[in-house]
Design a protein around this ligand. Sequence first.
Ligand code: ZN
Length: 87
Amino acid sequence: MIISHKEIVKREESVVDDVVCNCCGNSLIHKKTSDGHIICKEYIRIEKLFGYYAEVFEDGERHTVHICEECYAKWIATFKHSPKQIR
Ligand SMILES: [Zn+2]
């Protein structure tokens, strides 16, 4: 059982100031709203935690990348098999 009450609590939170493409370094911000929030352009986010059987990276190594739409288009043009799907 939880017994609680209402209280105004001031705490520190992480606020995103910008999202940057890992490939080209350009900002992914489309615009900032009047209340300080950011609206981003389209981008790809990849997160990978490498495990025991990783051959190039360390076990437990975590990668997080943000890639803008333009860089993603250039990247997938180098793929042997396109990830594009027709609706
Ligand atoms: Zn980019």
